[in-house]
Write a protein that binds this ligand. Sequence first.
Ligand SMILES: Cc1cc2nc3c(=O)[nH]c(=O)nc-3n(C[C@H](O)[C@H](O)[C@H](O)COP(=O)(O)OP(=O)(O)OC[C@H]3O[C@@H](n4cnc5c(N)ncnc54)[C@H](O)[C@@H]3O)c2cc1C
Length: 453
Amino acid sequence: MRLLGRPGGCHRERKTGGHVARPDKPLLYRRAPLGWAQRPARTANPHPGLPQILRNPRGYNGRMTSHPQTFHAVVVGGGLVGKTAALALTQSGLRTALVAAPAAPLPAGAIFDSRIYALSSSSETLLERLRVWQALDRSRLGPVFDMRVFGDAHAELHFSAFQASVPQLAWIVESSLIETSLDTALRFQPNLSWFESRGQGMTVHDDAAHVTLSSGETLETDLIVGADGAHSWVRAQMSSKATRRDYRQTGVVANFKTEKPHGETAYQWFKDSEIIALLPLPGDHVSLVWSARTEHADELLKLDPAQLTAEVERVTQNMLGALECVTPAQGFPLALQSVDRLVAPRVALVGDAAHLIHPLAGQGMNLGLRDVAALAEVIANKEPFRDLGDPVLLRRYERARREDIQKLVIATDGLQKLFSVPGTFARAVRNTGMALVGAQPFVKRWLVSAALG
Ligand SMILES: Cc1cc2nc3c(=O)[nH]c(=O)nc-3n(C[C@H](O)[C@H](O)[C@H](O)COP(=O)(O)OP(=O)(O)OC[C@H]3O[C@@H](n4cnc5c(N)ncnc54)[C@H](O)[C@@H]3O)c2cc1C
């Protein structure tokens, strides 16, 4: 079902630079619009180095019966990363389709969303540029001015925005708050069509790609953006290999009201191979992210709110006094996942479809939003003769993202492993390491700037 965009058949013609593709002509014979590169003739593999698996020289599944709607870009997946990607592309003047289910409403009476993100300044900058940040209800944003990290043998690290000379270390934001603001912005974009559907079939040709939806519609596009999460369907279609390692941990999240003020401080404890974080929400509330071993997490998730509260008070040594559970607990299995390629001809991956990291540093969403910023920048700087699916262009995006992704994979996985090693010696080494880092303001400043993106 098409929800947004111009009414009735406006996408049946591709109109660029004065050229109108004739809808009655078979797709494979359409001429490239003026100002766009003539697509290369079909050869064995016109793009060496990139796989040909998706190429279908016989045309669209051999059953192209109706004329597809045409777009410059089709974004598959409507998590926060996909919606941000759709907004960034459409705001840069590209006719964009978003294939996404509608946002689930917050349960009636819920004070806070159970999905909370620590967003860094790079995410704030992107959302500000898209005029989404300005629309957020400020009273629901929680700044983080300080962060205290406790090792498993009395070592403690303190990071402060003041010492790092930044306004705040991060913002704690509810997922639904950003999503509502993104949805509102998307609804005002004349160049955006929103399909409440799922991607079901995908083929890539030299001159265009096609996405068929579960609703039966077909979209023709220059570029498919796969923003469909860790189990990405787009990634599977482009045959990018994903290497996944289960942490055998579940992230248990819940929100609490605190007796003592949190002082806009984020707390994190490394304990018995598990990591417990309390992130400051507005008005003496905190968000719990407990990365617990799977069996332990299963037990935690079975507790009633009072029992869970007692357990959190115990493990955080009553740092914030008595707690009251205000949002029921939910669990998310944790894994590390890397992909061998972020791009294929006419396809680019963003967000969890491209990388999955441990949430101990609260960076997965930030990384995904930086993918969006990089893709939008590469597209904005493209030569006029390249089309959006040009492998040369897409490789620029891949190169631009490689180092940032790699750094965070190594840092989060390394920390997770470091605190998982049992034994007195290992504990002594990591806590000494923490103490050394704590004594080096320069190293701490570097860590803060890396986390800010
Ligand atoms: C416990 C926990 C805490 C975290 N905390 C933080 C934090 O503080 N800060 C931070 O930066 N990150 C954090 N993260 C990471 C963050 O949650 C993810 O990186 C982020 O949600 C990824 O967003 P996404 O849009 O890429 O994917 P998703 O949110 O998974 O969205 C993908 C969407 O695609 C849809 N989809 C799938 N297949 C199809 C299809 N065929 N057609 C159409 N749609 C499809 C799905 O339904 C879904 O809506 C945390 C993660 C966990 C588990």
